[in-house]
Design a protein around this ligand. Sequence first.
Ligand code: ATP
Ligand code: MG
Length: 194
Amino acid sequence: MYSGLKRKQECLSKLWGIEMLIIVTGVPGTGKSEVSKALSKLLKAKLIVLKEIAVKRGLVSGYDEERSAIIINERKISSALRKEMKDNGTYIFETHLGHYVDKNIVKLLVILRCNPKVLEQRLKKRGYSPNKISENTMCEYLDTILIEALKNGFKNKIHEIDTSRKQPEQVAKEIAEVFKGKKPKVYGKISWLK
Ligand SMILES: Nc1ncnc2c1ncn2[C@@H]1O[C@H](COP(=O)(O)OP(=O)(O)OP(=O)(O)O)[C@@H](O)[C@H]1O
Ligand SMILES: [Mg+2]
């Protein structure tokens, strides 16, 4: 690419925080909150948590009685994020809806994976209902988030990590290395149906 144009693009990217956004996504219980906190410390990056900005940014469109969970308007997530990303620097977005973010503002989409048997235990410990546990473990079995992310054009930005036997700090370290280009991005290698 013409170098002047490239420089201009880089300046714009910095200005908007574009290319500096890491998404940490995954099925509930895969460790997003723990890993995001550790990663934010490691990279000195600002952490944005979907659950924390949902009300403030008007993302809540209803309440799902059956799931006992708020319903998020996915179409509003990217504009809410842009409002949160006012300063330069690296941002981390912790969400289970990472695949709905505008891919153009994302540098890296990390999908945390977890062996469904381990996930089941983690969700049981949290006191989730059997329905909620089977719905979430099924999503994990079926690679649902990866499939959605691929559908939404994230192909070159995805990195998947199996967190089942790793401490959150270890997972965060791996993400930081991928973010800095020291390790290649990998996806599609995890299958729980083997
Ligand atoms: N690598 C890990 N090894 C063992 N336990 C973990 C690991 N990561 C997280 N946990 C535990 O699993 C549970 C779920 O972790 P966490 O709250 O970070 O998940 P989450 O993906 O953020 O869930 P949610 O989508 O509901 O916010 C917690 O009890 C946490 O302590
Ligand atoms: Mg969480």
